[in-house]
Design a protein around this ligand. Sequence first.
Ligand SMILES: C[S@@+](CC[C@H](N)C(=O)[O-])C[C@H]1O[C@@H](n2cnc3c(N)ncnc32)[C@H](O)[C@@H]1O
Length: 270
Amino acid sequence: MPDALPTEIDLTRPSAARVYDYFLGGAHNFEVDRQLAEQIASMTPNLAATMRSGREFLRRAVRVLLDAGIDQFLDIGSGIPTVGNVHEVAQAANPKARVVYVDIDPVAVAHSRELLAGNDLTGVIHADLREPERILTETRRLGLIDFSRPMGILLAGVVHFVPDPDGPEEILSTLRAAAAPGSFLVISHSTFEDQPQEMLDAQRLSARTATEITLRSRAQVTGFFGDWTVLEPGVVHMPLWRPDSPADVDEHPERFGAFGGVARYDQPAG
Ligand SMILES: C[S@@+](CC[C@H](N)C(=O)[O-])C[C@H]1O[C@@H](n2cnc3c(N)ncnc32)[C@H](O)[C@@H]1O
């Protein structure tokens, strides 16, 4: 934990970011988070694997964006820094790559700030995805991302924390509208499709955190890309999205419980 923990953290309630950190083998979690994580793990081993699989999907997607020339990333719902963060993957390929991290969780934000101190090409914003205008305003204020150039918007494992009444479609549409042609959008999102009952029950435990999960269909997740061009192989169970090697793909890729996809904003014709 950083020396100065933010004062607004609630230690009586597990946090999605810290449960996720525990599943990924991190040290930035409290007893209340570990208890929930262990309860989830006892119900289904899949969820921990899902979280690791999600992280791997994100890294593969970022590499594809880097290969396409993207050198600036807005990573919303970035989480508690773990090994192989977006800026590490990006700056290993392009030392000039810029990354702005955004998270609602004060612990995630505090750790990110601590880790990134001295890295002038990265920034951290404490904000809620449900306030996309504020995220955009604060990102512009940081001055790291040039909105007139293509960027990568990363929404890995976060849109499912936005319930339907909060208008996830409008949020996505606001973010897409801020991006220049040639930009990319990366989404991974938990689903109920093809899931065994124990996975659905385990996901329901997220109601104990401040951020309950809404599971969605492949069609709903695809809709979040709007009219952008969804890259091959489409919106698929995460391990199936451009695996590094066929051997990396589990016999049952659906058991990871989430879809992943990447889309590009192609300049409208005419
Ligand atoms: C499952 S973690 C994903 C972390 C990282 N993107 C990854 O894929 O490895 C989800 C993160 O989203 C954050 N989060 C949840 N709801 C959010 C919201 N409304 N706005 C911003 N971040 C949110 C949580 O705090 C958590 O850090």
